[in-house]
Design a protein around this ligand. Structure first.
Ligand code: KIV
Length: 286
């Protein structure tokens, strides 16, 4: 498709592809087919990721760092999340994309009350997201249940939760001591019980992520720096393309290496996740 700025991918590789749905993602989890997810924040990259076969696009609040140049995700607003979600949705529509779109609820947009969370989640769904993601366990379970009961699919996020970076004392591996291991396992079960259909597990030991994945009967775990035992994987797009402004976390692989296009790099990521070649557990010293 020609645009004033270049050419968008003509369409998905298989024209008969159906939109990715929650039942389809659950079916993949049950069959053991790895779910692939990448972040995207604009129309063109979302269309390229979709054409590469990525099933889920996360409009992550990591856009605060990679698009806005912020030091953390704490400064990202709901208005900004809606703007980027709308851009991603428009990009996918232009190429008849099929990806499942997850919008991050930013810091402060769901912490006050369940009603505030409902208003914020509604704004993201009206911007075109299919699912919202929120961080943390404990008190969030009540919020998750409230949203799910009102027809809003929710992805939870445990382990390193970047919106709590100040409380955590940095971007550190979580779930290393017995108390935090137990808390993570309980939080995961409680969030599943509250209705979370997906759950990002960020920077936790591979063995713990594998145990949590096995303990969850209905919720698909998506790992980032959590080993290969999860139901799927997610990476920040800029990291996997090797264009991170800072230092890449050691669990990230630069998929541009040896590829001649962004779409080929993303397709290589999809193939590596599906084939079990990524992540490489040797890279998990934690
Ligand atoms: O905002 C984001 O990109 C995320 C991923 C790191 C999972 O939450």
């Amino acid at each position: 498709m020609g645009t004033p700025y270049g050419t968008l991918p003509a369409s998905s590789p298989e024209p008969q592809r159906k939109p990715v749905s929650l039942p389809r993602l659950q079916d993949m989890r049950e069959r053991g087919e790895k779910i692939t997810m990448l972040t995207a924040y604009d129309a063109t990259f979302a269309a390229v990721a979709d054409a590469a076969g990525v099933e889920c696009i996360l409009v992550g609040d990591s856009l605060g760092m990679v698009c806005q140049g912020l030091a953390s995700t704490v400064g990202v607003t709901l208005e900004t999340m809606c703007y980027h979600t709308e851009s991603v949705v428009r990009g996918l529509r232009r190429v008849q994309g099929t990806a499942w779109i997850i919008g991050d609820l930013p810091f402060g947009s769901y912490h006050e009350s369940r009603e505030q969370a409902l208003r914020s989640a509604s704004a993201l769904l009206q911007a075109g997201a299919h699912m919202v993601k929120l961080e943390g366990g404990g008190w969030t379970c009540e919020t998750v249940r409230f949203l799910v009961e009102r027809g809003i699919p929710v992805c939870a996020h445990l382990g390193l939760t970047p919106q709590s970076v100040h409380a955590l004392g940095g971007y550190r591996v979580q779930g290393r001591d017995p108390a935090s291991i137990e808390r993570l396992k309980h939080d995961a079960l409680d969030l599943q019980d509250a209705g979370a259909a997906m759950m990002v597990l960020e920077m936790v030991p591979a063995a713990l992520a594998t145990q949590i994945t096995a303990a969850l009967a209905r919720c698909a775990t998506i790992g980032i720096g959590a080993g290969k035992g999860t139901a799927g994987q997610v990476l920040v797009m800029h990291d996997m393309l090797g264009i991170n402004l800072g230092k890449n976390p050691k669990f990230v692989r630069n998929f541009m290496t040896g590829q001649s296009s962004v779409q080929a790099a993303m397709a290589a990521y999809v193939a590596a996740v599906k084939g079990g070649q990524f992540p490489d557990d040797a890279l998990h010293a934690w």
